[in-house]
Design a protein around this ligand. Sequence first.
Ligand code: AHM
Ligand code: MG
Length: 338
Amino acid sequence: MVHRSKITTLTEFIIQRQSEYPHAKGALTRLLNDIATAAKIVNREINAAGLVDILGTVGKENIQGETQKKLDVFANEMFITALKGGGECCAIASEENEKVISFSNEFSELGKYVVAMDPLDGSSNIESNVSIGTIFSIYRRITEAGGGTQQDLLQPGVNLAAAGYVIYGSSTMLVYTTGKGVNGFTLDPSVGIFCLSHPDMKFPESANIYSINEGNYIYFPEGVKRYIKYCQEVDPETLRPYTSRYIGSLVADFHRNLIKGGIFLYPGTTKNPNGKLRLLYECNPIAYIAEQARGKASNGFKRIMTIEPETLHQRAPFYTGPRHMVEKLESFLQEHPE
Ligand code: AHM
Ligand code: MG
C-alpha cells in the first residue's frame, strides 16, 4: 500500500511537466489521462479473465489475418471510447481496424492529436496468464480541420509528440515519454491510481540479455544468425555468454530488457522479409522510449523513427536495446546483408 504523502500520481506528474511548456493548454495531459483511464478498465477485465466470460476468440480475424480474442475487441472498444469521448484526439489507427477511425463530431474534430495503438499486444498469451500490454503513439495532426485522416497517421516516428505502453504484468505499469526522458507509473489497485515508481528510466550500462524467437533461426538473415552465435560466445569482459529470455509479448520483453539490460530482436525472415511487428503502433513507440532511455532502435540498417510509413499496418524488422548492443547487431547485418 502506498502512503499518499510520499507519492506523485500520473496526473500530478503530467500537469507538473506541462507547466514547463508555457504555451501548452493541457490537451496532451488530458489525452494521456484518457489513455490511463481506458488502461485501468482493460486492466480490471484482464484481472478477471477466467472468472468472467472474456477469454477465447470472437470467431473473426483482424486485418492482419489473426484471430481476434474477446479481450482484443474489448480493449479496442475501451480505448476508442475513451479517446472519442475525451475530445483531444481526432483519429485513431488500431491494430484491430483496417482503416483509420476518424472522429468527425463537432467535439473531437477540434482535437489536435491522433493516436496509433495496439490495444492489446501479445494477446496470444492471454489464456496462459502471461504479461500482455497496450502500446500507443501520439502525433500532432497535420490536416487542419474536420475528422483526422490517414495522412495524419502516416508520420515517421521522429514526429511523435508522445508514446508509451501499459504492461499488465505482476503489477500494472504505464511507461511513457514526451521526449524528456522516460517515466514509469505503477497502478495502485487499492485506489486505482498510477503512481510514479520508476522516474527517469534508462537502460543499465551493463547488459547481458538477448531476446529473440530462436525457433525461427533457420529463416533469419545470416547477420542475425552470426550475432546469436556472438551472444553465446564466452567473453567475460563483455558479459558473454548472454542470457536468453523471450516471453513472446513485446511489451513484457522490452520492459524487462529496459530494467535489466538487454536487446530485443524481431528480424525479417526468408518467409516475412519485414518481420512481424508493425511500424506505427509497435516499433515506433517502443523506439521512442528506447531512444529516450539511452538506447537505440533500428531495422538493422536505418533508425526506426526515420522510416516514412506508407501504409497503416506496415511491418519492419525490429532491433532495440542499449545503444552498444544494437550497434553490434547492426555491424553483423552490415557485414552480411543477405
Ligand atoms: P500481436 O500484436 O498479434 O499480439 O503480435 C505481436 C507479438 C509481440 O508482442 C511479440 O513480440 C511477437 O508477437 C511474438 O511473436 P512470435 O510468437 O512470432 O515470437
Ligand atoms: Mg500487437
